[in-house]
Design a protein. Sequence first.
Length: 612
Amino acid sequence: MSRVMTVGVGSIVLHEGRSYCVRRFTSVNEVVAEDVITGEKIQLAMSVIIRNAGERQAPSVPDLATIHEDDWQDALEKYKAILPLLEMWPRPAEKVLAVANECQVDLSTVYRWIKKFEKTRTIISLMRRRRADRGSQKLAPEVEAAIREVINNNFLKDQQLSYTVAHRELALICRANNLKCPHINTFISRVHALNTEDVVRRRRGENEALKHRLVRGHLPGNDYPYSKIQIDHTKLDIILVDERDRIPIGRPYITLAIDTFSRMVIGFFISFDPPGTLGTGICIANTILPKDQLLEHYGLDYQWPCYGIPKKIQLDNAKEFRGNVLKNTCGFYGMDLSFRKVKKPNYGAYIERLLGTLLQEIHALPGSTFSNPAQKGEYDSEGKATMSIADLEKWLLELICGAYHNRIHSELGMSPLQMFEQGVMGTDDTPGIGRRPVAVDENRLRIDFLPMEMRTIQPEGVNIDCITYSADVLNRWVSSKESDGKRSRKFIFRRDPRDISYLLFFDPDAEAYYRIPYNDIRHPAMTLWEYRAVRSHLRTMGKETVKEDEIFKAFESMKQTVDRSKVLKRQARIKHERSATAAKPAKQEKETTPKAAPQFKRGKIELFELEE
């Protein structure tokens, strides 16, 4: 089933058990919809429509302004007639015949209406088709060939012949070949059908042709919101602390996505892990999905109307982003994934400029490392660090949605938010494109961007990286063979590197994912990076081949070592603070006994800790 839908003018949407037809957009997040039975009009939020959508899909449709009202009403009447039949299954033939008699059409016509509507779910599908030959060329092939010859050999030259002179050349060719010469207006219409930029280039040169190239923001292809997005990564100039103990832990990375049409920030992901396929996939998923829950989580009341399936995504040329997971998932959702040209910095200018602006803003935060030692001076970045990843995310949301999106952009002449709204809604001079297709299954979208493994299913379960996973749902697939009856059948498993205590198994019959835990559920959760650190540690001990129990014993041992080092580190800091206080010439009324160092519970170990 499709997990993507398009909401446009003419789409049928459900609300409180009733069917509504979208008539127009009133904002980037709201539409006016009309009850198809009563004609009552209500205003619906896009978030409500997406929530009610389930797995239904509607295709892109034209703007209502381009549809004649008579055609619209005719299609609406057809929909009202077949609506009772759409809710019947099985569908009694006598009921279909009754509708056909009422509409005074053949029985096959009603079945055709039903089929067309169920395929597209829009009233537009029930409109009369345009004539197949409308707009086609009706001249004899020989005459068309003569027109092309004159256009290429005479009109599209730097001599710049007028339409009249070029048409005279056409008349001479037609007379010589006993052909009827078409009217000059026909000749002109053939020229107008050509690409204006190509015509001007051949007649007046490259520089003149550039004036007729449709480019907004100086980047080809970014002609409307979400037509082209750019994604890039950088290490942030700030030391963050951990959420539990508030101990400085290092500089994070950010993956950021920008809509090149409006310059809106449309998604981001912050982590301590270097840029890779997982972080990029999470950023793309965040770009596609609505942001309401994220803003609500941090208690922020801002407008961030960016969601939908981008048409094209541009990444840098790093080899770690050229894997099949990103490419295949983007292709499945209809996104064209491409890579910016090597040694062509102008192709990433938008995202790189935004990252530069972001880094400058971060220098004002506590714990900043600044851009270079000269800027930093004697500033104690680690000692001043107070922000966790959650704190940084909230600050970044305030900066993006509260300030950046509402500032006048020097190149746009308006704010990014205004530019985005104009692209969706249109202006008096330029039509809007409406909403891009939206993802209606958030959980499945996030799963689709996770790394994938193909594995056979054995009686003991599934083994990945020396760890066995098992669950009852795998039973029917144990020792399955391919259709040839010889090769063992492999199944799709996905694994979240942030928690490898379970796999996600795709059942080919149910077409759904199921969670498969460790075979030994007593084992603790672990990240993939922690697992790799454990294997590296075991290799240094001369153990290239290990068993599952040895992996988890080493993991527990390393956790205890790190937890002890945390306590020692905190004790050293407390001792330093006490020494500094005692060195001050302050008057003490009585001698105090130092308190014992605080004890800390063991918690989840992070990659940076394992590396230390």
